[in-house]
Design a protein around this ligand. Structure first.
Ligand code: ADP
Ligand code: MG
Length: 322
């Protein structure tokens, strides 16, 4: 059974940043209000996530490393519902197959447990600390898959990718307190007080947050919420467009282009805005791409949405510039 997990690892956990993404999504799904992320050596040595979420029941712990073990809904269109980010039950099985895992967890209905796994097999099982939530440590990622290990080792962009992921999570969940530490250096800390503007300040700095203009638009199909910043500096590029659907980070070229088009009707073409935008919609209007990372999406009412986004950006910019 472990052979299948090792093959699947290539898809879901191709690199340390994808491991971080999956684990943080699990913490969010467990209703954590505090999530701490510790990274050592770009995540190749260690990735540790400590949350204060619901935890896992003692007897369920060995099961979560089995393929397609999920306590969540397994229907594709539910993917963009607010409640659950994971749904395939693939992440932990894939991670467990290619790393050493220490999992300490306590669920309010059972006693705390601390278990260690290697290559998906239990190597120790002892009582854990009395503390609600989950503390999961991934060590020596890809230690048993030398080709992958070599491939990722040679990438120098991993820490940047991890920062990027946590920043986007923090922007999508202002009511969760995030802390990210890389090689013992704190790289991000948010307050978790629900104020998006303060998260923008935590990430981009107070001078940017001060210039952030709130955007809001609503049609029967879509609700748009967020902030637009027109930065003075020319350093900005289109990487500063943070798009989410039902609080899940997405990539969609045409939608980003609609934002930029709206922006460029009133701004020089070589400048780009900082945008944080969440679009709330019926999950049935989102076509989930087959890729397991679930980031690229298509929309059923694509033209309506693109037009709405472009108009919203233009209108807010016009008002802000008055
Ligand atoms: P999925 O998220 O798709 O269900 P995963 O492999 O990511 O699959 O996780 C398997 C199961 O392990 C989850 O369904 C959940 O029940 C449990 N789990 C994983 N991480 C946590 C966590 N941090 N807190 C509580 N439960 C968790
Ligand atoms: Mg998951």
């Amino acid at each position: 059974p472990h052979i299948q997990n090792k093959i699947a690892a290539g898809e879901v956990v191709e690199r340390p940043s994808s491991v971080v993404k999956e684990l943080v999504e699990n913490s969010i799904d467990a209703d954590a209000t505090e999530i701490e992320v510790f990274i050592v050596e770009s995540g190749m040595k260690e990735i540790r996530i400590v949350d204060n979420g619901d935890g896992i029941q003692r007897e369920d712990v060995p099961l979560v490393f089995e393929r397609h073990a999920t306590s969540k809904i397994a229907v594709d269109y539910d993917l963009f519902e607010l409640r659950s980010l994971g749904f395939r039950g693939e992440a932990l099985a894939s991670i467990g197959a290619v790393a050493k895992v220490t999992l300490e967890t306590m669920n309010m209905e059972s006693s705390p447990v601390r278990m260690q796994f290697e290559g998906g097999k239990t190597v120790s099982n002892t009582p854990g600390k009395e503390r609600k939530g989950t503390d999961i440590k991934i060590s020596d990622l890809f230690y048993n898959t030398p080709a992958r290990y070599k491939y990722v080792r040679s990438l120098r962009t991993e820490a940047g990718k991890i920062i990027d992921i946590i920043q986007r999570m923090a922007l999508n969940y202002p009511d969760i307190r995030f802390r990210l530490t890389i090689d013992h250096k704190e790289r991000l800390r948010t307050k978790g007080n629900g104020r998006l503007k303060e998260v923008i300040s935590d990430i981009y700095g107070l001078h940017i947050a001060r210039k952030a203009v709130a955007v809001h638009a609503e049609t029967p199909d879509f609700k748009i919420d967020g902030y637009i910043v027109r930065p003075e500096e020319t350093r900005s590029n289109r990487n500063y467009i943070n798009l989410a659907v039902n609080r899940r980070h997405i990539k969609n070229f045409k939608l980003s282009q609609s934002i930029i088009n709206g922006y460029h009707t009133l701004q020089p073409k070589d400048k780009y805005p900082i945008v944080v935008m969440n679009i709330t919609m019926d999950p049935k209007l989102v076509d989930v791409n087959v890729h397991p990372s679930k980031i690229e999406v298509r929309f059923s009412k694509e033209q309506d949405l693109n037009r709405l986004v472009e108009d919203t950006v233009r209108t807010y910019l016009r008002e802000e510039m008055l």
